[in-house]
Ligand binder design. Structure first.
Ligand code: HEM
Length: 152
């Protein structure tokens, strides 16, 4: 019973991590062009604040996803299942996505610096979102049992 409760809480933590990371990246993607359009000191401050908040959110999402994902991988036997390879692909994608979130907040912080800052990380955020949706789709595929459906 206790084991089921822990697994359930880990699944909730996993979904919360995915929502925070994906939601934060999507919102930053909308906010950065607005900050560029605003321009000058107010635009830079907006970008710097958004980058700092996304950095905190990204760290929280990373810990939630890695700890809960690691737990679920072993506790629910996915590691030794028929869909272990699919899960491996998802984990590699997820690690790339997490790296892109952290690189995006660092690049947005640099872009917010006065003259000589870099471009805001719009492309990186778009790619991270695309890959995160694929990771999400594979996760749901595994979680809902579709991966096994139809097998004898
Ligand atoms: C970008 C990062 C990630 C996203 C967006 C993501 C998203 C998801 C989603 C939406 C589910 C389905 C949950 C449900 O149906 O209730 C899931 C399941 C799963 N994820 Fe992730 N995930 C990510 C990273 C990871 C990582 C890093 C690991 C492993 C270390 C992992 C391991 C798993 C496992 C094992 C399941 C199946 C859980 C089960 O039903 O037993 N995920 N993931």
């Amino acid at each position: 019973m206790l084991r089921e409760v822990v697994d359930y809480l880990m699944l909730v933590a996993h979904v919360v991590g995915a929502v925070l990371g994906l939601g934060g990246a999507a919102y930053l993607l909308m906010l950065l062009p607005a900050a560029v359009k605003l321009g000058g000191e107010p635009g830079r401050q907006l970008m710097a604040q958004a980058a700092a908040r996304f950095k905190t959110l990204g760290i929280a999402a990373t810990w939630l996803l890695l700890l809960s994902g690691g737990h679920l991988t072993f506790a629910r036997g996915h590691f030794a299942s028929d869909h272990a390879l699919l899960l491996g692909v998802k984990i590699i994608l997820a690690i790339a996505v997490i790296g892109m979130w952290h690189a995006s907040s660092a690049q947005a912080e640099r872009a917010a610096q006065a003259e000589g800052g870099t471009e805001p990380p719009l492309r990186l955020l778009r790619i991270s979102l695309l890959l995160a949706f694929v990771a999400l789709a594979i996760g749901t595929w595994i979680s809902t049992g579709f991966a096994e459906a139809g097998r004898p």
